[in-house]
Design a protein around this ligand. Structure first.
Ligand SMILES: Nc1nc2c(ncn2[C@@H]2O[C@H](COP(=O)(O)OP(=O)(O)OP(=O)(O)O)[C@@H](O)[C@H]2O)c(=O)[nH]1
Ligand SMILES: [Mg+2]
Length: 283
């Protein structure tokens, strides 16, 4: 398989030349054909590899992905659930840095730079937060907000951390972290597993602001009580039953990386897949 880094071998800042860290973005999709165009069109140019994990969509999600990004890597989902999809996507990623974000237009790819930046400054794992200055949410209901705050407090007590946002899946980390984290979750609790294991493994974790937008169109796949319960169960299981292979000491394998990123703007509106497919069909 071609490594993402081979497509983007070097960059130069202030006369100094260094290998650019390659960035893979992993996006799980379940019937997101109307929303994915906004996401892919907002993808910064410094992203080397976009991986879409799908297998159960009944709309034109995959056609739209391929039409908008000829080099998109489509990973077939062998097992249902966001967590299973993320694990399959991570396994396929070839970048030095892996970023995970949703396909519904609630996470703006233009924020990727905020996530990548701390990874350049010695951090191993970067999580988005809707509760720190500069972050926010147009999407959180009162109930989900309360539930998330309670779960975050519990996680902080159990893990001796000071996170501000537990149940948010805009996350970036160095690829090497995967070997340490030994992920196994299948559902939305993958975010809790990632964060609690990163803390227990002694990874250097940064929180960066992120503004959660509303889903552009379509229905949420999250069930507040069912998935909240799974998060709680995962937290308990992780705190009681997982021994980090690094025994909490910071792993030595992780490296510093360099990067660059530009900017652009697009209206946050649904896109009819037919318009995308027609334009490309005419070429
Ligand atoms: N491949 C795959 N993707 C999924 C699955 N379930 C959810 N997703 C994707 O995971 C992302 C998050 O799902 P959402 O339904 O938006 O859940 P949420 O963001 O927690 O909930 P909302 O805030 O209500 O949108 C979206 O990109 C979905 O398309 C699944 O079983 N397989
Ligand atoms: Mg969503």
């Amino acid at each position: 398989m071609e490594r993402a880094a081979e497509r983007n071998p070097a960059s130069s800042v202030a006369g100094a030349s260094f290998p650019a860290a390659s960035i893979s973005v992993v996006i799980p999709t379940l019937n997101e054909a109307l929303n994915l165009p906004w996401v892919l069109r907002r993808m910064p140019s410094y992203v080397d590899e976009v991986i879409v994990v799908d297998g159960r969509s009944e709309d034109l999600t995959i056609d739209v992905a391929r039409a908008l990004r000829f080099d998109v890597v489509v990973v077939n989902e062998l097992q249902a659930g966001k967590g299973a999809a993320m694990r399959a996507g991570f396994a396929a990623a070839t970048g030095d840095i892996i970023v995970m974000l949703d396909a519904d237009g609630s996470m703006d790819p233009r924020e990727i730079g905020w996530f990548v930046s701390p990874l350049q400054h010695d951090y191993d794992f970067v999580k988005g937060s809707r509760y720190v200055t500069g972050g926010g949410s147009d999407d959180l209901t009162r109930l989900r907000n309360l539930g998330n705050r309670a779960l975050t407090r519990l996680a902080n007590r159990a893990l001796h951390c000071n996170f501000s946002d537990l149940c948010y899946g805009y996350i970036a980390f160095r690829k090497e972290c995967l070997e340490i984290l030994e992920l196994k979750s299948d559902g939305f609790e993958i975010e809790t597993e990632l964060i609690s294991r990163a803390a227990q493994a002694g990874l250097l974790i940064a929180e960066v602001p992120s503004h959660e937008l509303t889903r552009i169109s379509g229905n949420s796949n999250l069930q507040t009580f069912h998935d909240g319960w799974r998060v709680l169960r995962t937290l308990t299981r992780e705190c009681l039953g997982w021994d980090a292979p690094t025994a909490g000491a910071r792993p030595e394998a992780l490296r510093r990386v360099k990067y660059r990123y530009p900017d652009s703007r697009l209206p946050h509106l649904p896109t009819d897949p037919k318009t995308v497919l027609t334009v490309l069909g005419d070429d």
